[in-house]
Ligand binder design. Structure first.
Ligand SMILES: Nc1ncnc2c1ncn2[C@@H]1O[C@H](COP(=O)(O)OP(=O)(O)OP(=O)(O)O)[C@@H](O)[C@H]1O
Ligand SMILES: [Mg+2]
Length: 269
């Protein structure tokens, strides 16, 4: 049977405290990894292999430094290229801790460094070398990307969110399901409650309620996430997308990956 392509992002809001520098929550990552392992194994038993690509946000590693160095704008008028060094160092450190926590949950993803594979022009990702990601997926392995600082042909460097990199990846790989794990149980509407479904019918009314992040975040928070996901759904590069908060027992994340539920907010074109 044809494999199911699934992309899961463990958001920086879920795996760090975005207001406290370098605060990774390894237990949350391990629990989520265990849920992903269960989903992969359950689907394989049913003869429907899952090809999982993973992403993780920059949380309190990348975002705090990116803000301090105005790194979205690239080379700093006073500090030059220092931001590139600081953010790369920080994201590499975070990524290694992330991998170790995944391993505790029985998942062994392999990082495909966004810095080495993506470039931008004037703040927009305009190239992503996807062949390593595609080869890992085809081999039944789990590639992982993350929000990162990348070279920019105009600004020197800039920040690429996991969502912007996903958008570039989706030009080559179509995902049947995208799952974004957040610190919020999905997307909240005007009344502060989780919106079960976002579609063409209600998205415009909802935009007033969807903002950036309440925490330091240089890539547009929930608003940009929803905009980018909806664009991918509309142009057919993804089947469905779900935003949720992973429960302690990980069951909702497992169900979302299997496509059998999961709660939070479901987005469809
Ligand atoms: N309507 C809304 N529903 C839910 N969250 C919202 C809403 N509007 C704004 N937000 C904010 O968006 C945040 C999630 O976006 P954010 O970019 O901070 O998380 P993330 O993508 O998981 O982190 P990272 O960018 O580090 O990966 C929430 O924590 C909340 O503060
Ligand atoms: Mg974000």
């Amino acid at each position: 049977m044809k494999p199911v392509n699934v992309f899961v992002k463990l958001g920086g809001s879920f795996i760090t405290d975005k207001t406290v520098a370098d605060s990774l929550d390894g237990a949350r990552i391990a629990a989520a990894a265990r849920a992903l392992r269960q989903a992969i194994d359950a689907s394989a038993r049913r003869g429907r292999p899952i090809q999982l690509a993973l992403g993780h946000g920059a949380g309190s590693y990348g975002h705090i430094l990116a803000k301090e160095y105005s790194a979205v704008d690239g080379v700093h008028p006073r500090r030059g290229w220092q931001g590139l060094y600081r953010i790369r160092e920080s994201m590499t450190r975070m990524n290694l801790l992330f991998l170790a926590a995944c391993a505790r949950g029985g998942l062994f993803p392999v990082t495909v460094s966004p810095f080495a594979t993506a470039q931008a022009r004037d703040g927009k990702v305009n190239g992503l070398h996807t062949r390593s990601i595609e080869a890992l997926l085809a081999a039944g392995q789990t590639p992982v990307i993350h929000g990162d600082v990348i070279l920019d042909f105009k600004r020197g460097f800039t920040i690429a969110s996991t969502e912007a990199l996903l958008e570039a990846l989706c030009r080559r790989v179509r995902f049947d399901r995208i799952v974004m794990v957040s610190d919020t149980d999905g997307v909240f509407g005007h009344d502060g409650k989780t919106i079960p479904t976002i579609s063409r019918a209600n998205i415009n009314d909802l935009f007033g309620a969807i903002q950036g992040s309440h925490a330091p975040d240089v890539t547009g928070g929930m608003r940009k996430k929803v905009e980018k996901l909806f664009a991918l759904l509309r142009n057919g590069r993804a089947g469905t997308a779900r935003i949720l908060r992973c429960a302690k027992d990980g069951r909702n994340l497992r169900d979302a990956v299997l496509g059998t539920g999961g709660g939070g907010t479901l987005l469809k074109a």
